[in-house]
Design a protein around this ligand. Structure first.
Ligand SMILES: CC(C)(COP(=O)(O)OP(=O)(O)OC[C@H]1O[C@@H](n2cnc3c(N)ncnc32)[C@H](O)[C@@H]1OP(=O)(O)O)[C@@H](O)C(=O)NCCC(=O)NCCS
Length: 187
């Protein structure tokens, strides 16, 4: 069966409409390939609120990531305020996009999953074969992270007590269409 997958730019508009409805406000999703100081501050504010201190990225770490090849960052703003971000870049493995971090101030309303789904759709449209991430099975707040990403279609590749869990998603038209229907479409 041939799956129709809307273009990325159109999908961003659709996701804005969906999140505006779900969050009862005006949601904008901005797509960045570069980060200025203001955007890095927005990311740090969310990062420091949602992650324990040992996982915080300092400005130098963020600065080096934004210079990686293929860098893509999505930021969701609700009524002007940055509430969520997702960013990644080319992985060392050919044809693979590495999704570095996703975090949202508003949890459980699919904001994080929607940004992630858009990132995956963008990678698919740009010819990447896989999306990869590393995570913890369960974090200190009890979030079942491997299960959360498993719902998006990620499968565990390896698990190591010091390195964490590596997960990978193979991009298929059916999988991308399913993410679109669940997290992007406002129908
Ligand atoms: C992980 C995260 C990005 C998910 O984004 P989200 O917008 O909350 O995701 P969703 O609303 O689509 O929820 C996805 C699933 O996670 C569950 N979930 C969300 N927040 C949760 C929480 N605090 N505790 C337990 N489960 C949670 C939802 O119930 C849902 O499960 P379901 O599919 O069984 O219904 C978000 O929880 C977050 O920002 N966490 C803090 C930062 C973080 O840990 N990032 C991931 C690093 S790998």
């Amino acid at each position: 069966m041939t799956e129709t997958i809307p273009p990325f730019a159109e999908s961003v508009k659709e996701a804005e409409s969906r999140l505006s409805r779900l969050l009862n406000g005006r949601c904008k999703i901005l797509v960045h390939h570069e980060l200025d100081v203001g955007l890095m501050t927005d990311i740090e504010t969310i990062d420091h609120e949602k992650f324990r201190r040992e996982l915080w990225y300092d400005r130098d770490e963020l600065d080096s990531r934004r210079q990686r090849r293929g860098f893509l960052c999505l930021i969701a703003r609700l009524d002007g305020r940055a509430v969520a971000f997702d960013y990644g870049y080319d992985d060392e493995e050919e044809g693979t996009f590495f999704s570095d971090t996703t975090a949202t101030l508003i949890e459980g309303k699919s904001v994080g999953s929607t940004l992630f789904a858009l990132e995956i759709l963008h990678s698919y449209e740009n010819g990447y074969e896989y999306t990869k991430l590393t995570t913890e099975e369960v974090d200190e707040e009890g979030r079942p992270l491997t299960r959360i990403w498993g719902r998006l279609g990620f499968e565990i590749v390896s698990s190591d007590p010091s390195e964490g869990v590596e997960m990978r998603l193979k991009h298929t038209p059916q999988g991308i269409r399913s993410l679109y229907d669940r997290y992007i479409s406002d129908k």
